[in-house]
Design a protein around this ligand. Structure first.
Ligand code: NAD
Length: 279
């Protein structure tokens, strides 16, 4: 099997490593807008070598793993270039805009819109992890718009990488992901900002930070270049959930102000329900 990956960061690099393990003998080429990332990906042996789109169109599988603002343009360029037997899939964290952008393309049936729910706060080729996708969910949108034979090829790849599949329409995907991923990132970024502001003259106070702070602020280390276009593309869903989050914070502040600790206890006790969902 020949695979070409566009965007050799955390996600593209992890696909490269995972596919090499799952499909011995696979040939993986890659390309990246950053010359430094392309060189690093070769040095780390994520890819066997670089390839232009002209050459890459011969691959059986083309993976798009670039930030979501670049993904629409790249997807259209790749759709223009491929023949009928090439599977193209993406990994972008927003789906409605991309699916709309490619909807009328004559080669739409080559494309499978996917979002692996797997990642870390790190980016670039050095962040690639061989088993990143193992036991993770991959959300597939508008599967009926992908040619059946190419759906089958994609499912074989995802299953070999150890992924579970969920099917969703793009609008539901973007709404749910705003709750469980995008809001968490905003919350972590703003928590990090608040603590940096409060502690700006006492840097060594961070020595006192425990694992609770480390885990809640972990996502604030994420790449602004990746997250700004995600927030832009999913703005309306994020604004809706952010409104509710801000209300909850305000209510909690008022409970404290009013010494209503019985209600503070009850709020936390109710939210402990999360233990039964996530362990
Ligand atoms: P990353 O920053 O690690 O890698 C992105 C790579 O794409 C970089 O090497 C960058 O140079 C390259 N690139 C940017 N524009 C390009 C273009 N026009 N053409 C070619 N290469 C280009 O980011 P990542 O974490 O690997 O994210 C890639 C995609 O996967 C994004 O769409 C993101 O939404 C999605 N995703 C990320 C995570 C996560 O946790 N990081 C999880 C699931 C999905």
């Amino acid at each position: 099997m020949k695979v070409h990956i566009i965007g050799l960061g955390l996600i593209g690099g992890s696909f490269a490593l995972g596919l090499k393990k799952a499909f011995p003998g696979v040939a993986v080429t890659g390309s990246d807008a950053s010359e430094a990332h392309l060189l690093k990906a070769q040095e780390l042996k994520l890819i066997d070598g670089p390839a232009t789109l002209e050459k890459a169109r011969e691959a059986e599988v083309l993976i798009i793993a670039v930030p979501v603002d670049a993904a629409r343009k790249v997807a259209l360029e790749v759709l223009d270039a491929v023949g009928p037997n090439t599977l193209i899939f993406d990994a972008g964290s927003t789906k409605a805009g991309l699916c709309e952008a490619i909807a009328a393309h004559p080669n739409r049936r080559n494309f499978l819109a996917a979002h692996p729910i797997a990642g870390t706060e790190f980016s670039g080729p050095e962040a690639a992890i061989e088993n990143l996708f193992q036991a993770k969910t991959n959300i597939i949108c508008e599967v009926e718009k992908t040619a059946f034979k190419l759906q089958e090829r994609a499912l074989e790849i995802f299953q070999k990488l150890g992924m579970r599949i969920r099917y969703m329409d793009p609008a539901s995907h973007d709404r749910h992901i705003a709750y469980v991923s995008h809001l968490s990132h905003i919350s972590s970024f703003m928590l990090g900002k608040t603590v940096l502001q409060k502690e700006q003259n006492e840097k060594d106070i961070f020595d006192l930070a425990g694992s609770g702070f480390a885990s809640t602020v972990r996502l604030a280390k994420s790449s602004p270049a990746m997250w700004t276009p995600i927030f832009q593309q999913n703005k309306n869903n994020i604004l809706e959930t952010l409104e509710e989050y801000i209300n909850n914070l305000s209510e909690f502040r008022d409970l404290l102000k009013n010494d209503n600790f019985q209600e503070v206890f009850r709020e936390m006790e109710k939210t402990n329900h999360i233990k039964t969902i996530l362990n």
